[in-house]
Design a protein around this ligand. Structure first.
Ligand code: TMP
Length: 390
């Protein structure tokens, strides 16, 4: 049975940056979160139609975040070395930072956003513009054969029907093939109070426990788990038909069990923490405004869409958001309608505080913005709790 534990209120499409004349058609939905006490899966109560989120306007370009490009290069090299795949398929290949590390002759991309599929096509990769499902899997297998490595980053948690997704993977995976995917970790989210991992695209927030339950039902086994720091704490899950299960699987499940991931009460405690986070952040920003301080936000992330809409934060509390992605610049943030600007067009020293919308890149940003801090600027974050630091 699915039980609701958190209400993050009315939310827009998290990555749909828009112009003023698009406000009247802006799509909103109720962002509520449920726990399934059978599979232990945490999911959105109401899913948003994939076509509304992933289309040719999709603004999240992985290659715009240098740390992620580096991360995918290291990941690709590691997988090549260990598994030496003769065929590679990436599901949700975005603008290609992972696949570009593989030979075009052995690699296939599946990507629903036409703008990105075009980029990987231009790079020489056979790219299918499509969501991942059993039809596509059968079609690709017919043309290109089985795959030794199926990889997906920050994509499987977007897929609403996991049974279909895993059946499609199983269909195309070669006998000794491996399916490797990474997504934000539920345990890290609960530990850190980072409720902003929850937004329309994240149909599920995965625990190893829940994935294990669902994959077993689909004839696949998790044989290894790597804990990663990217995206505020992710897990890289290694899956195969039949490989010896390594210690990391039991170890991760045990840690989740010890934290109470199987108990509904854990989620109720989390929800209380989220409500307090909202109260603290709104109080802080309102106080700063009263003192005449100026606040900017760094990183127009999907995560900050959740925070600003849940906390009712608009331009009166945060003047603008800087972002390195050209496709977001000059537009207004979803729901909050705070202007998004190029970092280069802003003198950060004009501001007293910078909210970390991209708190997952805290160290990179703090390092880049040393001058802001030297001039008395301070950062605000809400993870793990609302605080000011410099
Ligand atoms: P993410 O947290 O979903 O990866 O999104 C990060 C966003 O932040 C992305 O739009 C790029 C942007 N960004 C900056 O504006 N400045 C930075 O220094 C970094 C690392 C990212």
């Amino acid at each position: 049975m699915r039980k609701e534990f958190l209400d993050l209120r009315r939310q827009p499409i998290a990555n749909k940056f828009l112009k003023e004349d698009e406000f009247k058609d802006e799509f909103f939905f109720d962002l509520k979160v449920v726990f399934d006490d059978e599979t232990k899966l945490v999911s959105l109560k109401e899913f948003v139609k994939p076509e509304l989120m992933f289309n040719e306007d999709y603004a999240y370009s992985t290659s715009m975040s240098y740390p992620m490009v580096k991360h995918f290069e290291l990941t690709a090299n590691m997988l090549k070395e260990e598994f030496n795949p003769e065929t590679v398929l990436e599901i949700g290949s975005n603008d290609g930072p992972f696949i570009k590390n593989f030979d075009t002759k052995i690699s296939i991309c599946v990507e629903p956003c036409e703008n990105f599929a075009k980029k990987t096509t231009d790079m020489g990769y056979r790219s299918y513009i499509s969501f991942w499902d059993t039809d596509v899997s059968h079609g690709i297998k017919e043309i290109h054969g089985e795959m030794d490595l199926v990889y997906a980053a920050n994509c499987i948690c977007h897929i609403q029907n996991l049974d279909e997704c895993f059946a499609a993977v199983k269909n195309i995976l070669s006998e000794n093939g491996v399916f490797v995917f990474e997504d934000p970790s539920l345990l890290r989210m609960l530990e850190r109070g980072s409720y902003d991992q929850i937004y329309d695209e994240h149909a599920h927030i995965f625990s190893v426990t829940a994935l294990n339950n669902i994959l077993i039902n689909n004839g696949l086994t998790i044989f290894r788990v790597d804990n990663l720091s990217v995206h505020g704490g992710s897990n890289r899950i290694y899956v195969a038909r039949n490989r010896p299960v390594e210690f990391s699987v039991a170890e991760n499940k045990q840690r989740e069990y010890d934290f109470g991931i199987n108990n509904f009460q854990t989620y109720e405690i989390f929800a209380e923490r989220v409500r307090k986070s909202k109260k603290d952040l709104v109080e802080l920003l309102t106080k700063l405004k009263g003192e005449g301080k100026r606040v900017v936000s760094i990183g127009a992330t999907s995560k900050s869409t959740t925070v600003f809409n849940y906390c009712d934060i608009g331009e009166s509390l945060i003047e603008c958001i800087t972002d390195t992605t050209p496709d977001k610049q000059g537009l207004l943030a979803p729901g909050s309608h705070i202007p998004v600007v190029d970092r280069e067009s802003v003198n950060l020293n004009d501001y007293d505080y910078a909210f970390l919308g991209a708190w997952n890149f805290k160290d990179v940003i703090a390092n880049k913005e040393r001058e802001f801090v030297e001039n008395g600027g301070k950062f605000i974050t809400h993870v793990p709790e609302v605080m000011v630091f410099s």
